[in-house]
Design a protein around this ligand. Sequence first.
Ligand SMILES: Nc1nc2c(ncn2[C@@H]2O[C@H](COP(=O)(O)OP(=O)(O)OP(=O)(O)O)[C@@H](O)[C@H]2O)c(=O)[nH]1
Length: 414
Amino acid sequence: MEIVILAVVIAVVALGAISGLVVSSRKKKQLPPAPPSSPSVTAPPAEPHVGEEAEPPSAEPRRTVEEVELPAAEAPAAEAAPEAPAAPAEPEAPAAPAVEVPEPTAGRLVRLRTRLSRSQNSLGKGLLTLLSREHLDEDTWEEIEDTLLTADVGVAPTQELVERLRERVKVLGTRTPEELRTLLREELLTLIGTDADRTVHTEPGVGVNGEEKPGVVMVVGVNGTGKTTTTGKLARVLVADGKSVVLGAADTFRAAAADQLQTWGERVGARTVRGPEGGDPASIAFDAVKEGIAENADVVLIDTAGRLHTKTGLMDELGKVKRVVEKHGSVDEVLLVLDATTGQNGLVQARVFGEVVNITGIVLTKLDGTAKGGIVVAVQRELGVPVKLVGLGEGADDLAPFEPEAFVDALIGD
Ligand SMILES: Nc1nc2c(ncn2[C@@H]2O[C@H](COP(=O)(O)OP(=O)(O)OP(=O)(O)O)[C@@H](O)[C@H]2O)c(=O)[nH]1
């Protein structure tokens, strides 16, 4: 019996040992799956790869910024142009509107009058309303003063005008609206001045070598005031008047400026002389006049780069551009372009530009976008030169000769 029990125990122990082995071997088999998951654990080591990869791209963009840019898109078109016969037709397509016929310049200010009076309403109408009050007490005169100052007329001209109005209103006694309108019209005209020569001088002259030289106009001013646009619009005006025009793209700061000018020129058949981007503006201006002389053109318009009047180096450069152009002969007109919306700051600009180049006329742009038409008075006083042209919109023919009467009529309405 004992033997049987012993045999059973041995058998049980033996079975236990065998099953233990099986379990442990299963466990060992389960482990291997762990290693497959271990690569994901080793993923972090991939981070260095990411880091490694990150470096080249960080270097690449520096190259691609220069290399890819727009030329990548433009180059094929440019390359295709000489090969494909259809392609050359495309560059000619924009040249087709070169036959554009600009609007006649006469009466432009009258045509643009609604735009002008819309923006200037508060000045003219405001003054008339105040002057029509039954009792013109001190408060009312102060309000009149404020209206003028708000419209950028300037302190001294405002005081002069108010003094004159006070005197004349006193003499008038009863004031009919019509009398007031006439009175205000006269006084505003006196303030603006009707005697100044507002012609943009573009007559041909005699060059240093005795040859006939085109009229030369330089367009100067602070950034974004509308120089290129004005140069383009002026080219249209001149072409409309039957003159041949050469454009000089001496704005080598702003990459798109030369293209912009060339487009304006192409639309009316005026050639643009341009140089490399960032090139010497004086030499481009010089070449433009040289071309103008060679081509027997009537007028050369030189668009210069926008420059802050506070940067001495840039202002010196402007002086140099003018001096270099004068090696051919006189510069007949230096137009300072002022943005009417910048108000009093325009006066500071006018003063500094006037010190560097002899300003002969002012172009007041964006008059359609401000009620501060009084700047016309202030800037003429500041510089002692007349406003010759006004910009009244972004349209190609939205540049008008400045006519004091039409301007004042627009201010005070009918
Ligand atoms: N509303 C309005 N916009 C104008 C007038 N004149 C110019 N502009 C706009 O003013 C912006 C600047 O004009 P640009 O001719 O490029 O100015 P710019 O002085 O040549 O600029 P920079 O070369 O950068 O100094 C453009 O969007 C023009 O369309 C105007 O009389 N009225």
